[in-house]
Design a binder for this molecule. Sequence first.
Ligand SMILES: NC(=O)c1ccc[n+]([C@@H]2O[C@H](COP(=O)([O-])OP(=O)(O)OC[C@H]3O[C@@H](n4cnc5c(N)ncnc54)[C@H](OP(=O)(O)O)[C@@H]3O)[C@@H](O)[C@H]2O)c1
Length: 339
Amino acid sequence: MDRALELAYLGLGNVSPNPMVGCVIVKDGKIIGEGWHQQHGGPHAEANAVNSVVDQDKIKGSEVYVTLEPCSHHGNTPPCSDLLIRLGVRHVYVSNLDINPLVYGKGIQKMRSASIQVSVGINEEEGSNLNKRFFTYYSKKRPYIILKWAQTIDRFIARKNFDSKWISNEFSRQVVHKWRAEEDSIMVGANTALYDNPKLNIRDWPCNAEQPVRIVVDPNLKVPADFFLFDGTQPTIVYNYNKSGNENNLTWLKLKRRNFIEDILSDLYKKKIQSVLIEGGSHLINSFISKNLWDEARVFVSNSTFGEGIKAPDLYHASLINKNKIFEDEILFFKNVNG
Ligand SMILES: NC(=O)c1ccc[n+]([C@@H]2O[C@H](COP(=O)([O-])OP(=O)(O)OC[C@H]3O[C@@H](n4cnc5c(N)ncnc54)[C@H](OP(=O)(O)O)[C@@H]3O)[C@@H](O)[C@H]2O)c1
């Protein structure tokens, strides 16, 4: 199952809104086939693993390790539980049930009815972590929320004049492009859009991932129309208090002041966006923290000091789960323990 999990992660950034899945086929103690779900709409991990087996006769009587319950419904591809039944596998080991109501428990039931032994809950925690976006989306009916910012050692994210160049080093900034490639969407507040004129695209990390959806929280529509965010090169949503409409890859959505943040998340849920990387500024990030609407925070801390300026967000219910160093920058990884 460790190998199946490792394979599953290769789909990160390419399979949403599907889950990442890895699959390993074992016969007589040896791996005879392996595969993973590589692309949204493409074959599932089980089908790829089956197709990788050189001698197809060997699949009969084999053991299959798959990180998520094999599907039981006809989507873009035929049901994987039917495939495993037809090939006569002996035992299927599964990390997690598929939380998607179309599948939940049905794939397992189908295989057991066909006399296949099925064991569920193998490396369950690792499996839940692998598909944290997918599971959060279905269980909380909102995207998985990752907060990200860079702060000076004296805890500022920008100078008093809103200049934030460059708190973190160029390699830290490159890591952010990798992270952008892993999420469905990137969100910023109106001031960040206004003072930084960001592009919010993936340009400094080689990958096949689609560009993320850009989200701007600009209630009073103060960001000028000729800014990069509105260049039409990427789907972009502007949540605001004033207007709704669509034009050139841009969507404006008017929402009420009351429950603005909650309504943004409900709309993202409706749009099947399973994850959002919130890149600042402090005002926006603090509004998610104060509503306890976040799952992870990733904080770059540089050696520089500003003395005064815009204060870094304050985290509550946060547990430090990891630390990393990129030259002189430190990256702190927090998890919400009360989410
Ligand atoms: N170091 C870093 O990692 C980092 C990251 C991003 C930005 N920055 C810097 O941070 C500065 C901007 O930060 P900031 O905290 O001032 O601004 P911000 O969070 O980017 O934007 C704040 C504005 O967005 C709107 N907004 C945010 N949350 C809202 C909510 N819950 N409900 C309604 N409207 C909401 C409001 O617009 P209205 O004013 O129209 O009401 C608010 O004034 C810039 O200087 C930027 O360079 C640094």
